[in-house]
Write a protein that binds this ligand. Structure first.
Ligand code: UDP
Length: 315
């Protein structure tokens, strides 16, 4: 298969490129490098089945015939999408429409990277795909939440009206090597701070929860879903839930750091809780995560150590 991965220079997109290449496909990655980084693809420099296209996918573009479009382009951490608010809205709306048009034009399949953010600050717990969510449409996070909700609507419309073979994954917090050290996410911040001996910045009282999925588990779920006949959104994430304080404790243990905690204000509309119900993925795909948080942090430790060295103490 000839596959297009938008956002392939990002953390998750680059791992997806690796997995698709390992399955024998040829891959073209389109990325404007707004938050993606060429170093995530450096190991593919000499790979003949891989090509990189520096391209803002919110602008119309045509990479030639593709059999499958994986639309992963978007700033995805709160720090990144708040800094790049307009671009985030554009890539979720215009970018999704451009990518859907490509799939339609070439008779290819389409796969949307959506997000647990579609559930907003959820009133139903854990979150099943059938829950419509509780998202603030005009708050600071809305640039991400609403663009992904629009992208889901567009994807379903191309499926219904143009019979494009589409798939939608709702991704829950994912971490692992290549996570951008300065993206402000909780795992990148805590790992960086712990390795530097700085205080871990806990927002609010740290009782809010997240469920963290190691990147290889996430990619395995995404690949399984991409080969399925399922068109409606499917949660792929790790259902083991941690408070942010428990997450801080896990990072301190794995890094062996004696950093202290420092409490800072909770950002506006920060979801109180988040845990995927993965019953549908288990049933449909026979998929479930295999790597728990402490194991995943151990597997990521060398990456974070070298990333911290490269960025020094000023970043
Ligand atoms: N968080 C924190 N300290 C940090 C970064 C994040 O306490 O240095 C909290 C944040 O308030 C949220 C959770 O960790 O409740 C996850 O934040 P992240 O930015 O990783 O992603 P989100 O799940 O909110 O999209």
């Amino acid at each position: 298969m000839h596959v297009l991965v938008t956002g392939g220079a990002g953390f998750l997109g680059s791992h997806l490129c690796d997995a698709l290449l390992a399955e024998g496909h040829s891959v073209v990655c389109a990325d404007n490098l707004l938050t993606g980084r060429m170093e995530n693809l450096a190991h593919l420099r000499h790979e003949s089945r891989f090509a990189f296209l520096e391209q803002d996918v919110s602008q119309p573009f045509d990479p030639g015939k593709v059999d499958y479009v994986f639309h992963f382009a978007s700033p995805a951490s709160p720090v990144d999408y708040l800094e790049h608010a307009i671009e985030t809205l554009q890539v979720g709306s215009l970018g999704s429409m451009n990518c859907l048009e490509l799939a339609k034009k070439y008779g290819g399949k389409f796969f949307l990277a959506s997000t647990s953010e579609c559930y907003g600050d959820p009133l139903e717990h854990p979150q099943k795909e059938t829950y419509w969510g509780h998202a603030n449409p005009i708050g600071p996070r809305s640039v991400y939440d609403e663009s992904k909700r629009f992208a889901e609507a567009a994807t379903m419309a191309y499926h219904r009206y143009h019979r494009v073979d589409t798939h939608i994954v709702r991704i829950f917090n994912t971490y692992g090597p290549r996570l951008q050290i300065n993206d402000g996410r909780v795992i990148s911040n805590f790992m960086k701070q712990a390795l530097r001996g700085e205080d871990l910045t806990v927002y609010g009282d740290g009782s809010q929860t997240r469920s963290f999925c190691y990147v290889s588990d996430e990619v395995a779920g995404i690949l399984a879903l991409s080969k399925s006949d399922e068109h409606e959104p499917t949660n792929i994430g790790n259902p083991v839930e941690f408070t942010i304080l428990e997450c801080a404790q896990a990072v301190l243990e794995v890094t062996g750091s004696s950093s202290k905690l420092r409490y800072e204000p909770l950002p506006q509309d920060d979801p109180r809780q988040r845990r995927p119900d993965i019953g549908k993925a288990r049933r449909l795909l026979g998929w479930e995560p295999t790597i728990d948080l402490r194991t995943g942090l151990h597997l990521s430790l060398d990456y974070f150590k070298s990333a911290v060295q490269v960025t020094g103490t000023s970043a």
